[in-house]
Design a protein around this ligand. Structure first.
Ligand SMILES: C[S@@+](CC[C@H](N)C(=O)[O-])C[C@H]1O[C@@H](n2cnc3c(N)ncnc32)[C@H](O)[C@@H]1O
Length: 157
């Protein structure tokens, strides 16, 4: 989600193998074009570029195993709506993975506007129908937080 020019999409495409598929979503057509060019150069054919909107990622309902957002969630203009749409597209045991620059760490050389604290993330994601299932705290600059659908929380339409 928010694939940009495809750094992570290309890596994921190799990891899922030929039988898997990566849906690379962005709201900028130009980014999808750059990604397609890069995929062509390295002969990767299992990436489908998807032009989303500010409120709709255009993903298939109940069809996605993993949604990776690297440096993207904080950019959303309509985070709640996006969280609801992404929730609908996840398979029952599917995961939403947030990677965000650590606001808590002043040594991380990124503008405050583009950083998030764990507290902020936990205030926003779980109330929208997700539960935290795993964290990875060993990257030098970023939080990595894994969420799954929380059926105890009814995410409203
Ligand atoms: C900082 S870039 C990160 C790109 C990529 N994830 C990476 O780490 O290389 C943020 C990307 O999110 C995209 N974006 C912002 N809002 C979006 C939305 N609602 N749906 C999909 N993509 C969005 C932007 O167009 C941009 O390409």
């Amino acid at each position: 989600m928010g694939c940009g020019n495809g750094f992570y999409s290309l890596k994921l495409a190799e990891l899922v193998g030929k039988k898997g598929q990566v849906l690379a979503v962005d709201i900028q057509q130009e980014m999808l074009h750059l990604l397609s060019e890069r995929a062509k150069e390295v002969q990767i054919e299992n990436i489908k570029p998807v032009l989303g909107t500010f409120t709709d990622p255009k993903l298939p309902p109940g069809g996605v195993d993993l949604i990776l957002l690297v440096d993207v969630y904080h950019e959303f203009s309509h985070p709640e709506v996006m969280l609801k749409s992404m929730r609908k597209s996840l398979k029952p045991d599917g995961r939403l993975v947030l990677v965000e620059f650590r606001l808590e760490d002043p040594q991380v050389p990124i503008k405050l506007l583009h950083k998030m604290s764990k507290d902020q993330i936990l205030k926003e994601i779980p109330p929208n129908g997700y539960k935290l299932v795993e964290q990875f705290d060993k990257l030098p600059w970023q939080h990595v937080m894994f969420f799954q659908k929380d059926d105890a929380v009814t995410a409203t339409e």
